[in-house]
Write a protein that binds this ligand. Structure first.
Ligand code: PEP
Length: 267
């Protein structure tokens, strides 16, 4: 299905035509020092009240910066989230951080099962499920990432892969308050490559159908965002695809002007 003309359909009340409030989320990955709070301040300064009334804006810095970013974002529409968590609330897990610890710092979201965690830290769908439960336990909204590799896509298995990742990863009784789904084709992350709008529409429609089966009536309120080389220059087209309720942004979230350019797709 092609992208609608004129960009994403965020109406006067900030909702998409499907009634879901768009989420534009930045993932800083392993980038940033305390000086990076300047990015939060610049995003804060560049978000007009009108735009802030239409969309949710989230930045997920490294865990070392959550506290300082929460302070920098205080009183603004910008939410701060974590990039990962341990499923357990506490214990002998050296180097790990629990959902409760993230919440204690003022984080309200956490990314779960990012493809880089799956690839470099061997995270499984069952592990993603446990982490999503951990996020919910602490009152965080878990952004559950799903996506096919290039090889899986070339084999025509993209839909099977993301549907299975969703079915295993999502906790029973998920709600819009505690769950966002991010479709991130692995081959599109950090490469400058993106699927066609028609391909994104097909995957998002399939995920939405699966969500309906898995969580029933609440499914219609759960956002499914797209991630993978979203930039200011392609945001209006990608975020205008049916069933795309926002973006998960890596590289372009490190520069305030670029991130604001993506948010502006909803202006
Ligand atoms: C990501 O890290 O989730 C991501 C989508 O990265 P990028 O925007 O750089 O492709």
């Amino acid at each position: 299905m092609p992208a609608r003309g004129g960009g994403p359909a965020a109406g006067q009340d900030g909702m998409t035509s499907a009634g879901r409030r768009p989420l534009v989320a930045g993932n800083w990955k392993m980038n940033g020092t305390r000086a990076s709070t300047a990015v939060i301040e610049a995003v804060r300064g560049g978000l007009t009240p009108d735009l802030a009334s239409r969309i949710d804006v989230l930045i997920c810095p490294p865990s070392t910066l959550i506290s300082t970013c929460v302070q920098a974002a205080e009183g603004s529409p910008i939410a701060i989230g974590g990039q990962n968590l341990h499923a357990k609330p506490s214990g002998a897990f050296t180097g790990s951080i629990s959902a409760e610890m993230l919440a204690d710092l003022g984080a309200t979201y956490v990314i779960v099962g990012h493809s880089e965690r799956r690839a470099y830290h061997h995270e499984t769908d069952d592990g993603v499920h446990a982490k999503a439960l951990g996020a919910r336990r602490a009152g965080l909204c878990g952004i559950i990432c799903v996506g096919e590799t290039k090889e899986e896509g070339d084999q025509g298995r993209a839909l099977d892969i993301v549907r299975a990742q969703l079915a295993i990863g999502i906790p029973k009784g998920a709600t819009a308050r505690d769950t966002v789904i991010a479709y991130e084709p692995v081959w599109a992350i950090g490469t400058g490559l993106t699927p066609t709008p028609a391909d994104i529409a097909e995957v998002h429609a399939s995920l939405r159908e699966m969500l309906d089966k898995l969580v029933g009536e609440e499914a219609g309120r759960i956002r499914i965002i797209y991630g993978g080389s979203v930039k200011a220059g392609n945001a209006r087209q990608l975020l205008g695809v049916e069933n795309v309720d926002g973006a998960l942004v890596g590289g372009a979230s490190l520069v305030a002007e670029d991130f604001l350019g993506i948010c502006a797709a909803y202006a």
